[in-house]
Design a protein around this ligand. Sequence first.
Ligand code: CP
Ligand code: NVA
Length: 303
Amino acid sequence: MRHLLTGFEFSQEEYLDILDTAAAMKKDPRKYSKVLEGRSGAIMFEKPSLRTRTTFELAFYRLGGHGIYLDLQNGDLGKRETIADYARNLSRWVDCLVGRVYAQSTLEELAKYGSVPVINALSDLYHPAQAMADYLTVREHLGKLAGVKLCYMGDGNNVTNSLLVAGGILGVNVECCVPEGCGPDVQIFDRANELAKTHGAVLRVFNDPSKVKDVDVLYTDTWVSMGDNTPLDRVRKKYMPYQINDALLEQSGASLVLHCLPAHRNYEITDEVMDGPKSVVFDEAENRLHIHMSVLSKLVENN
Ligand code: CP
Ligand code: NVA
């Protein structure tokens, strides 16, 4: 049984296969319209979503299957019945569980007690399908991934962790320029770094934004993630030096700017950059659909 819980589950060859399949599906989606015929999945969200929810539902539909959205925002998983029983029930009906959850452990539990593939649609620690769509977008624009240098600015979070994991496996040099004490998860970084070394890539974390130079891709995300109720203005002073604005963009030398979205305009990224010629944020959002189709086809079709 293959799951996508962390992004560590796949080899470089498998990542490239997922990206290649997504690219092929993007080019000719109708060719894949029966891949999941008669198959279905539960799409469970404990947190809000625009992109991930829409694109997972659409991905099922476009592959000929059916995604059933279960809104858990008013009643977290495990409250009405145990997570184990939840997984056992759903596994009798559907072929796959897609979950956006507060705690990574919830997904691990679904995978342990269910008998169908589980896909992480964002947790406190990872956003693996996001990172796949991000690297598909980078590859579309730069024509390659190995040796590319991506610099993530701002708060080290679930998205940062997944960029490190997938980047390390794909041979991308991933730098994180973050305020002191706001870096990515140390254990995930170390594990991703071991993989990066075997693929000729360098991962690094540093604090000084004036050192952001010779970069190919700049990336940022919100300074306050879902589940943390800190008002953005309370952290503004700490993170403002890490904002992606015209000056930083020029200093970095980057030719592409990515943001997983939703953006908090004029906080982590300025309007000028987000609406400027180097921004590919809506290509990135579009690619969520193609990656989800590819991931679903790999995990569900042959299960
Ligand atoms: N990037 C992303 O996951 O967006 P949503 O929160 O809207 O799904
Ligand atoms: N780090 C953000 C990503 C949103 C897609 C969050 O977890 O809220």
